[in-house]
Structures are given as structure tokens and as C-alpha cells.
Write a protein of this length. Structure first.
Length: 318
């Protein structure tokens, strides 16, 4: 029996609401983009705001998880040790990115692929199977392989910005096509295998497949940064927020969401304020659009590593 099928009705209802909202909002933006109503600078600021608030907020309970872990070893100074460790890890990522942007970007793509896939699919699996790990990775990899094939020109320009001037070898379009289709077929094959083995049910299979299909559509018909914002904020982050709400209050998911909002607000506000300060200083040297892209993705990379490490350690303590 799958994990999702055992969840209570409010959980399933909220998940379906967030899924339909993601689809509705994506469809609206696709329609506006098709009619040439979207203005780049306006949707860039929209993406910046949504990612810096809704997107980043799904990691805003890291301090509470850190308390559970660090308080055991540092009863009096756990908060100091936690924040210093967290910030130093983020600073290390930024420092490595400055001196080795290509290596940093490749590592970020690999780590982000597993992270995205794991947090998007954990709601469906209640046991640990050997094949889960490659499925997690392949499911997250679609966020990278889809734009490289379906929106290659914009994605290559975006990579050039993140590499801070470092040269890289851009592959042939046919190679990106092979990677994308292999990625797609592998996801459906492994998902089908899990259904055959009864690790998930038929409804789960269709939901997972539909999510992948919707991601492909979004990255094909929307500008890259807007497509990523739709996925990251309204699919990936909302799923994780829902799982955190269940952790906070398993018997009442609505109360759990309210509790999450209160606990997440302080760090979310601080992160948003820091993002604005970074945008102000970077825009003095770079254009606004390049500054926003650097803040979103390099900043996201800096926050992803300590977040993933903390999630892994926290999983051992639960």
C-alpha cells in the first residue's frame, strides 16, 4: 500500500488544491505568454518575490530541526552553533562557486536533481526500496534535462550567466534530446515497475506521470525563469510545506499549516530582506535581470547544501 493512499482526506484535498492551483496559474501564464502580454522585467520581479518568500519558506523550519539535533550536544549554545554551522556551509558554497563556477554548477545540478526528486516523491513511498534512489534522481533531473532540450537557447544563456564568464562545452541539440527522452522513459519505466510491484497504486502512478507531463509542458511553453518558479514554488515547495504541516500536527493538517506559517515567518522575512539587499548591491554592477538570476540560483545553491545535510541528519532523528 502506498504512503499517499494512507493519508487522511484533508491531506489529499489540500494536495489536489495545490496541484490544480499550480496547473491553473501555469495555464494562465502560458496563455499570457502566447499572446505576448508578458513583460520580462515584470515577471522577473514576480519570480524573485515568489521564490524569496514561498519557495524559500519550505526550508524555514531548519532552525527548529537544528534545535532537535544540536541541543542534544550543545544544550546552552545550540542556536549559536547551528546558525554558525549553517551560515559557514552556505558561505563555503558561495566561495567555491566564485572560484570554480563550472564544477559548482555541475555539483549543484546533481544534488538538486536528487533533492527535487526525493521531496516530490516521498509522499508516495512508505518503505525504502533500492530502486527509489535512481527514481528520485531521474524525477529531479527532468527539471534540468527538459529546459536544456525544449528551451535550449535561453537555458544556455542562463548557464553562461551562472558560470560568471567561465567557458564550457555546449553539447549538440541531439545529445540533449537523447538525455531528455532517456530521462522521460526511465521515469515512466521505474514508476510502472513500482506499480507492478504494488509499492504504489494506479492512482499514484497516474499522479506521478501527470506531474512529470505538466513539468515538461511548463518548461516548453514558458520562459525559463518563470517555468522554474512555477515548479519550484507551486509544486516542489508546497509539497514539502504540506509534509511539514503533517509533522507539526498529524491529526489536523489545517492546524499544521497555520503552525508552519507562524514558525516559518521569521526566517522567511529575514531571507527576503537579505535577498533585497543583495539585489540592490548586485544591480550596481550587473543588469537587474542578471542580478535576479544570480541571486535566485547561486543563492539557492548556497542554501540547498546545508538544507539537504540537515534534512538527512534530521531523518535519522525522527
Amino acid at each position: 500500500m502506498s504512503k499517499f493512499s494512507t493519508q487522511n482526506s484533508p491531506y489529499k484535498k489540500i494536495y489536489m488544491i495545490q496541484l490544480f492551483f499550480y496547473l491553473f496559474l501555469s495555464a494562465c501564464f502560458i496563455g499570457l505568454h502566447h499572446q505576448n502580454f508578458l513583460i520580462e522585467q515584470q515577471y522577473l520581479f514576480f519570480c524573485f518575490f515568489i521564490i524569496a518568500t514561498v519557495g524559500i519558506s519550505h526550508g524555514s523550519l531548519d532552525n527548529h530541526k537544528g534545535e532537535l539535533i544540536f541541543k542534544k550536544y550543545f544544550p546552552r549554545y545550540w542556536s549559536f552553533v547551528f546558525y554558525v554551522t549553517y551560515l559557514l556551509t552556505s558561505a563555503f558554497v558561495l566561495l567555491v562557486w566564485i572560484y570554480s563556477p563550472l564544477i559548482s554548477l555541475c555539483i549543484f545540478f546533481l544534488v538538486a536533481s536528487f533533492h527535487f526528486g526525493y521531496e516530490d516523491l516521498e509522499m508516495f513511498f512508505s518503505q525504502n526500496f533500492i530502486l527509489e534512489t535512481p527514481l528520485y534522481f531521474l524525477r529531479g533531473l527532468i527539471i534540468i534535462s527538459a529546459p536544456l532540450y525544449l528551451n535550449n537557447v535561453e537555458t544556455v544563456n542562463f548557464i553562461d550567466i551562472l558560470l560568471l564568464g567561465e567557458k564550457w562545452i555546449n553539447l549538440e541539440s541531439a545529445t540533449y534530446a537523447y538525455i531528455f527522452y532517456f530521462n522521460l522513459v526511465s521515469i515512466f519505466s521505474l514508476t510502472l515497475l513500482f506499480w507492478i510491484r504494488k509499492n504504489i497504486n494506479l492512482k499514484d502512478f497516474f499522479i506521478i506521470s501527470f506531474e512529470v507531463f505538466s513539468i515538461v509542458i511548463v518548461f516548453k511553453y514558458l520562459p525559463l525563469i518563470l517555468a522554474f518558479t512555477m515548479y519550484f514554488c507551486f509544486m516542489h515547495s508546497t509539497k514539502h510545506i504540506l509534509s511539514l504541516a503533517v509533522e507539526l500536527n498529524g491529526s489536523n493538517v489545517y492546524a499544521g499549516i497555520k503552525s508552519f506559517a507562524k514558525k516559518a515567518a521569521p526566517l522567511t522575512i529575514i531571507t527576503f530582506a537579505m535577498s533585497l539587499i543583495m539585489l540592490f548591491y548586485l544591480s550596481k554592477e550587473f543588469s537587474v535581470d542578471k542580478s535576479i538570476l544570480k541571486i535566485i540560483f547561486i543563492g539557492l545553491a548556497a542554501l540547498t547544501l546545508p538544507h539537504i545535510i540537515l534534512e538527512y541528519i534530521y531523518g535519522k532523528y525522527k
